[in-house]
Design a protein around this ligand. Structure first.
Ligand SMILES: [Zn+2]
Ligand SMILES: [Zn+2]
Length: 149
């Protein structure tokens, strides 16, 4: 899988503070302009799924529980063995506590800001997936080497 590098100084990079263990994890957040909705996280890891085919459904209809359920029924499994699911959140890499969203799953259908934690993968339907690597350039190079095998 391709690895995309963001320096810590990137304007869309920040640190997520875990509410359970208070440790900081670098994360990249998509801007509202990128129209990264709807997106779903894995229930087991912090990978994120964003499909243009789902966006077309959200564009065309009102955001309802029914629409959410119909999209949810087609969400794939994650390569980690988990499942992309409405209501799942990215998780602290130290203690696995979720970064809980303040929005309910129906509201989240139109929420454009995807959060990609350092090391998480973005899975897409019409474009290739990629893994993000944030901050250290050495860590990035190691991920590129690893992704070649
Ligand atoms: Zn934590
Ligand atoms: Zn996963």
């Amino acid at each position: 899988m391709k690895v995309v590098y963001y320096p810590a100084s990137d304007p869309w990079v920040g640190e997520m503070e875990c509410s359970a263990c208070h440790r900081l994890t670098p994360a990249w957040q998509s801007s509202g302009m990128s129209e990264g909705y709807p997106h779903f996280y894995c229930d087991t890891c912090s990978n994120c799924l964003h499909r243009e085919s789902d966006k077309e459904l959200v564009y065309a209809a009102e955001q309802t529980q029914e629409l959410l359920e119909s999209i949810a029924s087609s969400l794939p499994r994650c390569s980690c063995g988990g499942q992309f699911k409405p209501g799942a959140d990215p998780k602290c890499p130290f203690c696995s506590a979720p970064y809980v969203s303040q929005l309910n799953p129906v509201q989240r259908l139109a929420f454009p800001h995807m959060i990609l934690l350092d090391g998480a993968c973005l899975i897409r339907d019409r474009l290739s997936p990629y893994q993000v690597s944030i901050g250290s350039h050495l860590k990035y190079l190691l991920r590129v080497v690893r992704s070649a095998f």
